[in-house]
Design a protein around this ligand. Structure first.
Ligand code: NIG
Ligand code: FE
Length: 410
């Protein structure tokens, strides 16, 4: 159906304006052709040429640009429910990691999993995501931690492209943790990432971004700088896991290397915020991870006041964020980070697209842009994120093609 009418409000989420400017069109219609938006505006103004086209009535639902989950660790083996319980009983994320659990536990399970099994698992999660209105996903490697295994995870993402309607962006996160083979030799491992992994991933066109986990127990700012500069030299744009468990200069480094985004940032300070603002880096908030690890919420209000665009993503992974429910992350961005529902929506559409390098392909609804959108059963974006439900999505469309529709209940 190339024309959708009866839309209570369509949120265009254009790049201009502030965090809360989502460009709503009340009583809207949307038309598309060959995968791209042909017309969007008030239904009363629908050009005569479009009136005779086959149309579907949205029945008063709202329409938003396809949601963009701009930070996930999609491919991993096993789960870590045991650690979930240990943290509840008082152990910290770092205690568990130091005892050989955490990321290393998942690395062992991921290396042991067959490529076919990893692809099948990812495909299942992507299906859950598309049913929630998500149309684009950034997926990081980071549970292989050797040249061979990191490339294998990136290949999993490459193979998924033929098996999902979603737009998929891959990120090399070889510097996620120091693998057991390099115990006590983190510099040598960072060099391996910079000198072997980055060139190999880039040469084979398997990644768009290079990411590093800057944290006590993971990588230092100096090591991250080496890895990210190597990425830049090979055409991989930098992103960073920064200031998640402590303030460690990650935000400042993101600004220095011109990163597309700095992610987590629960502990970012005034200097980090100023640096992000000056460099135009997107702050990616991950409220599920803050919640699961009991971190203070990201200071969204201070970032927004400083002029930093704030995106919202799931961080889907088996440790700090074992859920790929982006609308849940948005509701948490409202309650924990004090973002308004409109601000959260902008953070999961146009600003998320920017963090994932998809600004030309996703995040906004305007003529000429890809027809990626979600039809949501809610009377407004405020109602959607306030009345949290398992799934409010009625229909997901990617490049003009239906990727999911809620089954008709009897
Ligand atoms: O983004 N902080 C580092 N990496 C992940 C957690 C990975 C894991 O615990 O397996 C994160 O929170
Ligand atoms: Fe992460």
């Amino acid at each position: 159906v190339p024309v959708l009418t009866g839309i209570r409000t369509l949120y265009r989420c254009l790049p201009d304006g502030g965090q809360g400017d989502v460009h709503p069109v009340p009583a809207a219609a949307l038309a598309w052709r060959e995968g791209r938006v042909a017309w969007v505006g008030p239904e009363a103004d629908l050009p005569p040429g479009w009136r005779d086209e086959p149309r579907e009535d949205a029945g008063g639902a709202i329409v938003v640009p396809g949601l963009v989950d701009c930070h996930t660790h999609l491919a991993f083996g096993g789960w870590r429910a045991d650690e979930f319980e240990r943290r509840i009983l008082g152990a910290t994320y770092l205690d568990i990691a130091r005892a050989g659990g955490g990321i290393r536990a998942t690395v062992a399970r991921t290396r042991a999993a067959s490529t076919e099994a990893l692809v099948a698992r990812c495909e299942r999660h992507l299906r859950e995501m598309v049913a929630l209105g998500v149309t684009a996903v950034e997926a990081k490697s980071g549970y292989g931690l050797s040249v061979e295994h990191e490339l294998r995870l990136l290949e999993v993402y490459d193979r998924l492209r033929a098996r999902t309607p979603l737009r998929l962006v891959a990120t090399l996160l070889g510097a996620h943790a120091v693998p057991p083979e390099f115990d006590g030799r983190s510099d040598a491992y960072a060099d391996l990432v910079a000198e072997a992994m980055v060139p190999a991933a880039a040469a084979r066109g398997l990644a768009a971004f290079c990411d590093v986990f800057v944290e006590e127990g993971a990588f230092t700012v100096a090591q991250a700088r080496r890895v990210l500069r190597a990425g830049l030299a090979h055409g991989l744009r930098p992103r960073l896991h920064a200031d998640q468990l402590s303030a460690g200069g990650g935000a400042e480094l993101a600004a220095e290397v011109g990163a597309a985004s700095a992610d987590h940032l629960e502990h970012v300070g005034p200097r980090g915020i100023a640096a992000l603002a000056a460099a135009g880096v997107v702050a990616v908030s991950l409220p599920l991870a803050s919640l699961y690890l009991g971190q203070p919420p990201l200071p969204a209000r201070r970032l927004i006041e400083a002029g930093v665009p704030v995106a919202v993503a799931t961080d889907f992974n088996p440790g700090s964020a074992p859920s790929c429910h982006l609308p849940l992350a948005l509701t948490l961005a409202c309650t924990l980070q004090r973002m308004t529902p409109a601000e959260a929506l902008k953070g999961a559409t146009v600003f998320a697209a920017r963090a994932a390098g998809l600004e030309a392909e996703a995040g906004s609804l305007a003529p000429g842009r890809p027809a990626d959108f979600a039809v949501l059963e809610a009377e407004s974006v405020e109602q959607w994120l306030y009345h949290f439900r398992a799934n409010a999505c009625l229909r997901t469309v990617v490049a003009g093609r239906e990727a999911w529709r809620r089954p008709v209940s009897v």
